[in-house]
Write a protein that binds this ligand. Structure first.
Ligand code: AKB
Length: 320
């Protein structure tokens, strides 16, 4: 990777990935784009362009002008928002993806886009879900993710585009909060533990989903992009995970640091139904064997770091 175009760069993954890539590859070599501008470091620390990913001409023009050789396509609606606005989700998630793939094809770029545990459905084996298995999701987000995985395979086989992807679990980070996902509770719980000492979960007790701390997710993206292509049997997309959690486990780990932390439940039927259609835990053996995937953070280590770093960030913004 020498010149990288990133879409959705002000989102949860993008806002950290852009900064990490600018550190590794040089600030001027990472072209950050998003549909809006903000006061984020992403906008001020290197090239930034406004881009609506449904506008292929604009995406092509930016990519060509900056002579990019890599496209990292992150702009997408997450599961809960996609379920509430399915047509918008189809147009943005699939329209944006095919535009980004076309740019990669025309400019001969390497390509990365994330898939998700949302690509699985109720008929998928729930525990240690294999890399290759039944994928019949019942959500619009899942339909987008499965179609996206297939489309990326198609661009590789048909046009030789070097497409790569990961099936991410819920991502937990202390920098940019996610928006509109089903796993967002696992991030909100840390914010509320620090701010209020209590949290009301919209996901029911006993509902397991895979999770990963953001530094592991960023390392996984870079490791996969830099992996030897001849070793990759599963390009789009690899199961990756660090832990399988239900809400009570997060609460009791937080209590080790904030003993009076209280957990309440007010289950949201829409997000609970999505969570129940997803696996309890996925199997990352293919990623481990084909390109050496490794997660450094477990629940204990992540919680310790989240509470310290988030505490610092919130007191800096005066929100604590
Ligand atoms: C979501 O909850 O929609 C995402 C995901 C698991 O893809 N975090």
């Amino acid at each position: 990777m020498k010149k990288i175009l990133v879409t959705g760069s002000l989102g949860q993954i993008g806002s950290e990935l852009v900064m990490k890539m600018r550190d590794s590859y040089g600030a001027d070599n990472v072209i950050a784009t998003d549909i809006r501008k903000s006061e984020s470091d992403v906008v001020h620390s290197g090239p930034f362009e406004i881009l609506d990913v449904t506008d292929e001409k604009a995406m092509f023009e930016i990519a060509k002008r900056h002579q990019v050789d890599t496209v990292v396509h992150l702009a997408a609606l997450l599961s809960a928002t996609a379920e509430a606005r399915p047509l918008l989700a189809w147009n943005l998630n699939m329209g944006g993806l095919i535009n980004a793939l076309e740019v990669a094809r025309e400019l001969r770029c390497q390509f990365f886009t994330p898939s998700s545990i949302g690509a699985f459905g109720p008929a998928t084996p729930k525990d240690r879900t294999p890399q290759e298995t039944i994928q019949r999701p019942t959500t619009m987000y899942g339909v987008n993710k499965v179609s996206g995985e297939l489309l990326c395979d198609y661009y590789y086989h048909k046009f030789g585009v070097d497409t790569r992807g990961l099936r991410f679990p819920g991502l937990i980070s202390c920098i940019t909060p996610p928006g509109g996902g089903t796993t967002d509770y696992a991030v909100e719980i840390y914010y509320e533990a620090i701010k209020q000492g209590e949290y009301t979960s919209y996901i029911a007790k006993g509902t397991y989903m895979d999770m990963m701390y953001m530094p592991d997710a960023l390392n996984a993206i870079i490791a996969l992009m830099e992996a030897d292509a001849s070793k990759l049997k599963h390009r789009n997309a690899f199961n990756v995970t660090a832990m399988s959690l239900e809400p009570e486990q997060l609460a009791s780990e937080i209590r080790k640091h904030i003993p009076n932390f209280k957990m309440h439940y007010n289950v949201d039927p829409a997000r609970q139904a999505i969570a129940e259609s997803w696996p309890n835990s996925i199997d990352a053996t293919a990623a481990i064997e084909e390109w050496g995937f490794k997660a450094e953070y477990n629940l204990e280590k992540m919680t310790q770091e989240m509470l310290v770093k988030l505490g610092q960030n919130l007191s800096l913004t005066g929100a604590k």
